[in-house]
Design a protein. Sequence first.
Length: 249
Amino acid sequence: MEKIRFYSSNIGPIKENELKALKKAIQICFENNEIQEITALIHTKNNTGYLERIFETRDAKKIFNGIKIDPSVPIIKTETIKTINDDWNKKRVLIAFGLRSEELYLYDEFESVVAIIAHQWNENGVQEWAKTWGAVDILTNRTSEKYNQPDKVVQNALNDLTRSINMSTGITHPSDENLCKTYLRALNKYEYKLNPVEINSYLLSELNWQSDDVKDVVKLIDKLNSGGYFKGGDKTGLQNHIKRWKTEN
């Protein structure tokens, strides 16, 4: 089953919008009877304002233990970014309160998460994540326009890299890191645009990379785009890679 993704273009502590996020989670549960839990994810146990407004209580402790608001609705439980773990035996809807895009990518990878609802607090807090996946705004019912994909040659280079490295470790192995640097060096030398946001989106949504591994690639791109230099990677034969990527479909 493809993961379901929603967000709210909320700004600030607005109870009405927070309730909409909870109601959307409940609706998803009604449409999928395999879901066992609605998880409200917050930063810390001191950051319970969302919960106090939604459930109209000053005692947020009971929500950390799990509550039932209706027999037909799965248990609702609060987790923090330090306590949550990916329980493969559990199917859950995750409501992420106040997390930013760079944080959401990690929990989006959880096998236990059937659906994720990203409730933002600050303007543009989750827009990058929403545009990466084409998430639907629960406040307007509009689907986010996904980021443009990179140039076809850049896509072919990333596809080639994905096929060539150990995807379980990303580019942490020296030989895989060297190959990545070679490919990026080739693209940069022949002036192909390396847009970090577009490449981040492409690696995550099209090539199924893990978010931490994507960060390693984006760091190298940022260094090149800022005029910096990195050690490693081949410096010769780069045109051969470009020629190959140009001929691939």
